[in-house]
Design a binder for this molecule. Structure first.
Ligand SMILES: Cc1ncc(COP(=O)(O)O)c(C=O)c1O
Length: 374
């Protein structure tokens, strides 16, 4: 066959268009900012490292791990330890995931019957609508009240209209940092025809939980993660709920989703759980100090927070964000991501030195932006 007879090869872009789902092509991938060389206060990580003796013990665990074998698919030892430490009530089981992000995906996949709806609030954690979309659920977001509290009446109305298969509510909420009124949440759980997942990712800093209420509501589940407690790199999340629900989620869970190193390291660190608890306590007290420092800056309005981050309102938020970055501090720009977040930025609580550096850089950035020489 001579070259001119050959059908013109499609461009790779056309090929991608023919093969990949249209709605996936329309999405933007979850963006993670490059923090190289910056003070990293953008991702709600614990800024403290583990003590050297524990790190050595983890090295021994890694060295002794049977990497030639698949991990325990049920992660029994780790699950039992977690159930005890998290005071998971009798009759309630625990399912583990590669971070709680994976658990959101498992729940969504299991619930994605044709036409199924995931309900949430706005603004909240970006992965809820993103995972809904990927898994084929329609996401319906109910606006929070002007003070970012839960609008219980609006929620109940949306539940009646949408009949959601699953509701995700972060408690405390990200990015606003507040805890919703527990009575309002219970009204939501009672009115819901499907599942309600209370996402307690920031539990170590809030010290409020629905874990002990799991026995009261058959459709309630509580999700947690080790990420914010200090093990973000390990990727371990968990969901507690009735075995009848978890049995279904297990079917969409890929086998061996929690690898052998994660299982071993998590067990070793959790046996010394007091270390992480002590770090969380330091972060909680730093949160208070940081909030006061921010309040003292002209034009900065920090919101009360029950998490390890503080959302704040400020004039010219985008320019202040850029100026902070030029000064070597990376935080999170919320302005532009949702109309309710106009003028908002979010800073993670770091070490005292990091927080001081942030406050100085914020003060200088405000001056710079005011002076117009940004
Ligand atoms: C509310 C909420 N849930 C879940 C997560 C994800 O946590 P993980 O690291 O366990 O996937 C985050 C991370 O920022 C979050 O803010």
């Amino acid at each position: 066959m001579i070259a001119s007879q050959r059908a013109a090869a499609p461009s790779l872009q056309d090929w991608v268009s023919r093969v990949v789902r249209e709605d996936i092509r329309a999405l933007s991938a979850y963006h993670v900012a490059d923090a190289a060389g910056l003070i990293k206060l953008d991702a709600m990580e614990n800024p403290y490292e583990l003590p050297a003796d524990l790190r050595s013990a983890l090295g021994m665990q890694a060295a002794g791990a049977p990497l030639n074998r698949y991990p325990d698919p049920e992660a029994r030892e780790l699950r039992e330890l977690l159930c005890r430490l998290m005071q998971v009530p009798q009759g309630i089981d625990l399912l583990l995931g590669n971070g709680s992000d994976e658990i959101i995906q498992m729940v969504a996949l299991a619930c994605a019957r044709p036409g199924a709806v995931m309900l949430g609030v706005e603004p909240s954690f970006a992965m809820f609508p993103l995972v809904a979309q990927i898994c084929g659920l329609r996401f319906h977001g109910v606006p929070l009240a002007a003070d970012f509290s839960l609008d219980a009446d609006a929620m109940l109305y949306a539940i009646a209209q949408q009949r959601p298969a699953v509701i995700f509510l972060a408690y405390p909420n990200n990015p606003t940092g507040n805890l919703f009124d527990p009575t309002a949440l219970e009204r939501v759980v009672r009115a819901s025809p499907g599942l309600v997942v209370i996402d307690e990712a920031y539990h170590p800093f809030a010290q409020a939980s629905f874990m002990s209420r799991l026995g009261d509501y058959p459709n309630l589940l509580v999700m947690r993660t080790l990420s914010k407690l200090g093990l973000a790199g390990l990727r371990l999340g968990m969901i507690a709920g009735r075995p009848e629900w978890l049995a279904q989620f297990h079917k969409v869970r890929l086998p061996y989703n929690v690898n052998v190193l994660t299982q071993r390291v998590a067990i070793e660190v959790l046996k010394r759980g007091d270390i992480l608890e002590e770090q969380a306590a330091r972060i909680r007290s730093e949160r208070m100090r940081l909030s006061v420092l921010m309040q003292n800056l002209n034009g900065v309005q920090p919101l009360p927070s029950s998490a390890n981050f503080i959302m704040f309102k400020i004039a010219a938020a985008e320019r202040v964000f850029d100026a902070l970055k030029r000064r070597g501090v990376l935080i999170k720009k919320l302005a532009g991501s949702h109309p309710a977040l106009d003028g908002c930025l979010r800073v993670t609580v770091g070490t005292p030195a990091e927080n001081d550096a942030f406050v100085s850089a914020l003060e200088a950035s405000i001056e710079e932006v005011k002076g117009g020489h940004a």
